[in-house]
Design a protein around this ligand. Sequence first.
Ligand SMILES: NC(=O)C1=CN([C@@H]2O[C@H](COP(=O)(O)OP(=O)(O)OC[C@H]3O[C@@H](n4cnc5c(N)ncnc54)[C@H](OP(=O)(O)O)[C@@H]3O)[C@@H](O)[C@H]2O)C=CC1
Ligand SMILES: O=C[C@H](O)[C@@H](O)[C@@H](O)[C@H](O)C(=O)O
Length: 309
Amino acid sequence: MQCPKVKLNNGVEIPILGLGTWQSKPNEVTNAVEYALKEAGYRHIDCAWAYGNEEEVGEGIKRSGVPRSEIFITSKLWCTHHHRVEAALDESLAKLDTDYLDLYLVHWPIHLNPNGNHPVFPTRPDGTRDILLDWKQRDTWAQMEAVLKKGKVRAIGVSNFSQCVLEQEILPYAQVVPAVDQLEIHLYNPQHKLVEWLRSKGIEPQAYSPLGSTNSPLLSDETASAIAGRYELQTTDVLLGYLVAKDIVTLPKSVTPARIASNYRGALTAAAKLTKEDIEALDGVAAAGKQKRMIAPPWGIDLGFDNWP
Ligand SMILES: NC(=O)C1=CN([C@@H]2O[C@H](COP(=O)(O)OP(=O)(O)OC[C@H]3O[C@@H](n4cnc5c(N)ncnc54)[C@H](OP(=O)(O)O)[C@@H]3O)[C@@H](O)[C@H]2O)C=CC1
Ligand SMILES: O=C[C@H](O)[C@@H](O)[C@@H](O)[C@H](O)C(=O)O
């Protein structure tokens, strides 16, 4: 099954489904990536330095035998690296064993103390995250623009940036408008207003945790299950197909071969079957009492999102 692509604001095309790799254990992710590329049809892998498994992802890419030019690889700049974007990118490139990325994202609009008590999650003596509060995100973005200009990445974007942060800290200063904002988007956190606003600015929304992440309550959602039953699909197919039908780049994670394959096939099948009425019903689920954000790290500052717990 051919995966549809979405065109980013600089003309680069991204496959609408990508394999997530967060919390994929290093000893499992190589097989998962190899299987996804070689057997299941994926051509897009979503990675991050902070996931601690880029070397093993790179190994899976190599073992798949699929040419690098056919694969869309994303990685993300971690929060302790905002002062040294190019060096951090070089580290991810080396681990993934590739000489360019298709997309590089600022993982969160937050600079954590690079000289703190931990390389990934530095904390202050009171246990709160050690954030450099006076750092300007525009200074991170200028470095992102520089690595794009150098040709080390084909597109640059952000992740977990709200409208307010983009409007105040990025868009007034940017020479390059972010191509993407990767966000928690799923049945219970659809972020309809933000998705619409991003599109009005030419910024492509990407859906992370599309199945509701680990131990997800979405898998037993009544509306999604009823629609799945009608088409003899799995609920997971409907959860993913719902986003794909709305042209949202969707990033399901699994290390289980059968799920990796069924997520890909099921998402595309469901996207083709869902009617306008199905989409409207699914669009209304969160507002009818199911709104729930799954990923809300304890940053201790307001990131400008609705429904942050
Ligand atoms: N930018 C950011 O800040 C963030 C980015 N992301 C990205 O998005 C990706 C996806 O999000 P993530 O939070 O991992 O969660 P997902 O919504 O993709 O859910 C993953 C969980 O669902 C399970 N699962 C997958 N497929 C099925 C299936 N068909 N049936 C039943 N269970 C299934 C997986 O188990 P198993 O693996 O054991 O099969 C895993 O426990 C991440 O991996 C990462 O790449 C995620 C969070 C934040
Ligand atoms: O991409 C995945 C997520 O952003 C993850 O990296 C964070 O949520 C992290 O666990 C944190 O606690 O800040």
